[in-house]
Design a binder for this molecule. Sequence first.
Ligand code: SF4
Ligand code: SF4
Length: 372
Amino acid sequence: MSSKVLDRSDIGALFDALAGEGYRILGPTVRDNAIVYDRIDGEEDLPVGWTDIQDGGSYRLQRRDDNALFGYAVGQHSWKEMLFPPRTELFRVERSNATLRFVPTAVPEVRYAFIGVRACELAAIAIQDRVFLGSGAVDRTYQTARHEVFMVGVNCMVAGGTCFCVSMGTGPRCSDGYDLVLTEVIADHRHEFVLESGSDKGEDLLARMPGRPAGPDDHDQVDRTVARTASQMGRWMGNEGIKELLYDNLQHPRWEEVAKRCLACTNCTLVCPTCFCSTTEDSVSLDSAVATRSRRWDSCFTLDFSAVHGVPVRSTTKDRYRQWMTHKLASWYDQFGSSGCVGCGRCITWCPVGIDITEEVAAIRATQGVMA
Ligand code: SF4
Ligand code: SF4
């Protein structure tokens, strides 16, 4: 695979090339005081000169002292919104006199280019690929949106305040799953991007881009950038033996402690790039001529989610928090062969009371040997 260095003034060529190939370009942009993923037309729509300050239960944007295009971590949105939308109409039933007609809803075929996908997000998409495409039944909405995506990854130049991808082995360097990956370099009066291809599609596009071939100094700069980001990471997930740790501690008193703070608001599951639970809803038009069945995101934190014959199996917040965390960090290995967490930190930032999954694991681990 090849690599090139693009000057900041040439980055528009990437957008032009993708648009020229018919891709709908989605990427980060500033809206409502946050960085969200949405349709963008060019580099002027990116969060130029912004960074994000994150901690448990807290997120705000702040101006950088440069004009970096990718100088922030991740916001509340993830690419899951595009591949597994929050609400999807599945089919309609149309009534005409005594006849019912079932009409499946067409899945729109759009060629997406995702710009600015972080290493942890590539890992999350790989997990959702296994969930939606690789575990028996194929989800056609996900499959249609996913199969032509052109993925432009970004190696992180700063760590978010709640990130812990290093401990999950998922970042901050993009290692897999991209067509192109870029590293932004702002140093010595230079503002450049080191672009590396990761697929044949990426190689073709890179060949048509302006710029000079990347040399050893440029690759060293990439290494230094990701090493600096890794060293900034303030949180760590202790993963060793985590599955057994959680399975052995289903009655640990810490679950009661966290349940006193948890509001069961569902935020953590909605922002999580790997959570995939959904429910179905039926609605009927006012004249009863059309009924619609839709799928919408659900959460294991809602009381109804575990209802069987009208009775919830997990009736307390303690039961639901324990279910979420043990699924994410333990039974996910049995179900999908990996952790369900990629260390993006969103569930910590967007938890209104700042519950921190790394702290919860550490608290249970700290008592091992003490409680025995
Ligand atoms: S559990 Fe939290 S840190 Fe892990 S992937 Fe989900 S949102 Fe990110
Ligand atoms: S852990 Fe936080 S974000 Fe998740 S349901 Fe509880 S209060 Fe909401």
